[in-house]
Structure formats: structure tokens, C-alpha cells
Design a protein around this ligand. Structure first.
Ligand SMILES: [Zn+2]
Length: 467
């Protein structure tokens, strides 16, 4: 297996030998401010309460929020970096709860090498200070996570799983095979953890957890149409086993039946909204009663549908951050080239066929107060690091989610998907100083969070280089 993996890496570097030169810009730098920071007279959205705390002084020192107080007395001005917070709001840095850091966002018919460091910058540039990777080689993502931790790369904190558990030739195998060139595609079946029978559950999970994951992801869907699907019995046995080992499970679902089965089997999080069929009120009740949060990934479905119809036009933020070589092949009529890819085309057509259910299903769940979490599935064709998250906020708003639910779904609620007591996702003394300073009140005007005045990551001010 080790030999296979090294061979895989060598082949990967030879075959996908596109250079990274199209990532010409640097998006952000760390400021060199050494002193503790004080935000004076600032309002606070703490991530969980729908009312702002008004007119506070927030002291950030050694990477954490040290004090929140009425009137912090500064003995010596030179010892602090003071920021006037009057009329502004501090909120927790945001969380993208569904990313794939090993994806470039490029279409399979263009050879584009992923620049993970660039993508991590792009997330932080958009105010995202934490990402949850939901599928990639665990060893690669762990490596990235460590580089961020040791500040070799500037980016959000990375939590991760491994390649999701699926069945033979089930999703994501057909799509991954298409993205990879020969002979790499012959390795896909070896690398993806697959399972067919309940008897193999224990061995599968033991092996999976050796990858040092933060949580487990299981595929319970049919992509493209007709692809093999996992049985309920196997899904349930897998989730039971993972819970026994003390981990949480993200389940990738598609149809209403998938979603109902997943919550009945004990899923902790649904990794997508319900898109592959029309949800009934009864099914929506079951999902709501389970209290399982849903990472809707609305923008991903909206963009896939648009590409498939030859009607995808990037948002201004996409154009600013995503290299042209990645956007051009999906823009306007170019997107119709997806027809040349068998599995991808079948999947995209399925998304288009079922597009009408997306809003219908969302509304049924929203009315029942299902917790919606912000995530993007970036970077895949149509989803891009950072910029798609800002589009997701607009999409959730357009679908009727309140500003508070969007903000909590991108911060506090997202921070508690798999951690009992996360040190991020809220603003409280002792929590990580991952903060956004917003000009105004984002609870009243959600659009303001797209252009934070200041981004702070682990207590360090991040300067954007483009504006
Ligand atoms: Zn995904």
C-alpha cells in the first residue's frame, strides 16, 4: 500500500505537471504589529446571541481574546495597538464547513495544478478563519494543516477527514476517475476506502481512523445517476462503529430518502442540502426532529446548474481571486463543454433536472428550524475558495434565511459540528482571536461582512493586498 501511495505521488507530480504560474498574485500578508490589540468602543456579535453587546473594549493578546470590558484603562499607549471601534462590530471569523483543499476548481479538460497555499490565502482574504476539509488524502491535508499552524502558510485553521467511505464505483469514484488522467485513474479504486458488507465495518473504520482524522465522512448518494449506492445497513453499522470510537460523522446525501435514512442511522451532520428529489412534509419533520444540522452548499448547486446551461458568469469576487485559466472554461457557453465528460455531464444534468427542488426543500427545512450551516464544497468546477462562500451568504439570504441564522450558521453553530468545546467560533475571553471588524451592524446588513475593515487570525492582523 505504501509503495502504491509513493507511486501515486510520483505519477501525480509527473502527470499533472501544469505549473502554478497563473497564481501570480499574493492576496494577503501578516502585519508586523507586535503589541496586544485593543478594539475601543466596539459592538460585539459573539456568534450566538441575536443582540449585539454594545460599546465594549476588546483586548487581544497572545493570539486570544484576553478581556472584554466596559472601559479598559490603558496605562501606556505605546504598549498597545489601539483600533477605534466606534460604530463598528466585532464578530468571530467565519467557518467554511465543507471544502476540498486538494481541488483547484478547474474543469477536468484543463490541466491545472492546485495551489493549496493560494487557496488558503483566498479563504482568509474573504474572512474565513477555519475550514473543514471533507475529502482528500488525509496525509496531504494534515501536512497543509501543520504548515498553517507553524505559519509557513498564511491561512485558516484546517480540520480534516480522509477520502470519504463509499461503495465500489460509488461517488466520488466515477467523477474522480474522470478528473484524473490515465494511468492515475486506475489507482482511484485502491485509494478510496470502499465497503460492501456489514462484516467489514470494524476493519474499515479502524483503518480509516489511522489517518488521524478529526471526523469521518461517508457517502450515501447516487452520483452520477445509476451509480452504486451504500445500503442502509452498512451506513448504520459504519456510523455506530465511528460513534463507538468517539468521532462524529458527516454524511454526504442527495435524495430525500438518503437524508431520512442518514438521520435515522445517526448521522451527526448532513454535508449537503437535499437536492435529488422533492422532500415531503413528513420527511422534513423527521429531519427537523433529528436536530441534525445541514451544510446546504446552495451556491455549489446553483453554479453547477448555471455551468450546465452555459449561463455561468463569475461574481466580481471570483474574478478578483480565481485565476482566469480556472474560470474561462466554465464561463458562458464554454461551460457546455462539460458534455465531453461522461460522468460529470450526467451529474450536472441531474442537478439541472432537479433544480426546482432545491428551494422547495430548503423552505420546508427552514420552516422547521433546521440548523443551516455555511459551506461551499470548494474548490470544484463552479466553487472557489472564499468567493463562493460570499455567494453562499447571498444565496441563503435570497432563500429566506435570516441574517442572524446566516451569521450563527457561519460561526458558532459551525464551530460545534464535531467539537464539544471549540476554541473558535465565538467571541469570549480565552477563545482564539479569530475576528472580523465590520463597519456597521451585520445583523442589520449582512452584506457588510463581505468587506471586513480588519481581519484578525490567531491575534495577528491580516492585511489584504488588493484594496
Ligand atoms: Zn464535497
Amino acid at each position: 500500500m505504501k509503495i502504491f501511495y509513493s507511486l501515486y505521488l510520483i505519477l501525480l507530480s509527473i502527470i499533472i505537471s501544469g505549473c502554478k504560474d497563473y497564481y501570480t498574485k499574493q492576496l494577503i500578508v501578516e502585519s508586523d504589529i507586535q503589541h496586544p490589540i485593543i478594539f475601543k468602543n466596539v459592538n460585539i456579535f459573539n456568534g450566538k446571541d441575536s443582540l449585539l453587546l454594545l460599546d465594549k473594549d476588546v483586548v487581544v493578546d497572545k493570539g486570544v481574546v484576553k478581556t472584554i470590558t466596559e472601559n479598559f484603562i490603558v496605562a501606556n499607549d505605546d504598549e498597545y495597538h489601539i483600533i477605534n471601534g466606534k460604530g463598528k462590530t466585532i464578530m468571530p471569523g467565519m467557518i467554511d464547513a465543507h471544502v476540498h483543499l486538494s481541488g483547484s476548481g478547474a474543469v477536468p479538460w484543463k490541466n491545472v495544478k492546485t495551489n493549496e497555499a493560494y487557496n488558503l490565502e483566498a479563504y482568509l482574504h474573504s474572512g474565513i478563519t477555519t475550514v473543514y476539509d471533507l475529502g482528500g488524502m488525509a496525509s496531504d491535508i494534515k501536512d497543509l494543516s501543520r504548515k498553517v499552524e507553524h505559519r509557513k502558510i498564511i491561512g485558516p485553521t484546517v480540520y480534516h477527514t480522509h477520502i470519504p467511505i463509499t461503495v465500489k464505483n460509488g461517488h466520488p469514484i466515477p467523477l474522480t476517475k474522470e478528473v484524473l488522467k490515465w494511468p492515475l485513474r486506475s489507482f482511484v479504486n485502491t485509494l478510496a476506502p470502499t465497503i460492501e458488507k456489514v462484516e467489514d465495518v470494524e476493519e474499515t473504520i479502524t483503518k480509516y481512523l489511522k489517518n488521524n482524522v478529526d471526523y469521518v465522512k461517508i457517502i450515501y448518494d447516487q452520483i452520477p445517476p445509476g451509480a452504486p449506492e451504500m445500503t442502509f445497513e452498512v451506513l448504520k453499522a459504519l456510523i455506530d462503529e465511528v460513534h463507538e470510537k468517539g468521532y462524529k460523522v458527516f454524511v454526504h446525501i442527495g435524495s430525500p430518502q438518503n437524508a431520512v435514512d442518514a438521520v435515522n442511522a445517526g448521522a451527526d451532520i448532513l454535508a449537503h442540502g437535499i437536492w435529488r428529489g422533492k422532500l415531503t412534509a413528513e420527511e422534513a419533520n423527521t429531519i427537523a426532529q433529528s436536530k441534525v444540522p445541514v451544510i446546504y452548499t446552495l451556491a455549489a448547486f446553483i453554479n453547477v446548474n448555471a455551468i450546465n446551461k452555459g449561463q455561468f458568469y463569475p461574481k466580481s469576487r471570483d474574478t478578483l481571486v480565481v485565476p482566469k485559466i480556472i474560470l474561462d472554461p466554465v464561463m458562458g457557453k464554454n461551460g457546455l463543454d462539460v458534455e465531453s465528460q461522461e460522468a460529470m455531464n450526467a451529474f450536472f444534468d441531474d442537478v439541472t433536472d432537479k433544480n426546482e427542488y432545491l428551494l422547495h426543500n430548503f423552505k420546508l427545512l427552514k420552516e422547521r428550524n433546521v440548523q443551516m450551516i455555511l459551506g461551499t464544497d470548494s474548490s470544484l468546477p463552479g466553487t472557489y475558495a472564499g468567493s463562493t462562500y460570499l455567494q453562499e451568504i447571498d444565496a441563503l439570504k435570497a432563500y429566506g434565511l435570516s441574517n442572524f441564522d446566516i451569521l450563527a450558521g457561519g460561526t458558532y453553530h459551525a464551530s460545534r459540528l464535531f467539537l464539544e468545546d471549540p476554541d473558535f467560533g465565538s467571541i469570549e475571553p480565552g477563545k482564539k482571536a479569530n475576528l472580523l471588524l465590520i463597519d456597521g451592524n451585520p445583523l442589520e446588513n449582512i452584506g457588510l461582512i463581505k468587506s471586513p475593515v480588519t481581519i484578525v487570525m490567531n491575534g495577528i492582523i491580516i492585511e489584504k493586498l488588493d484594496d
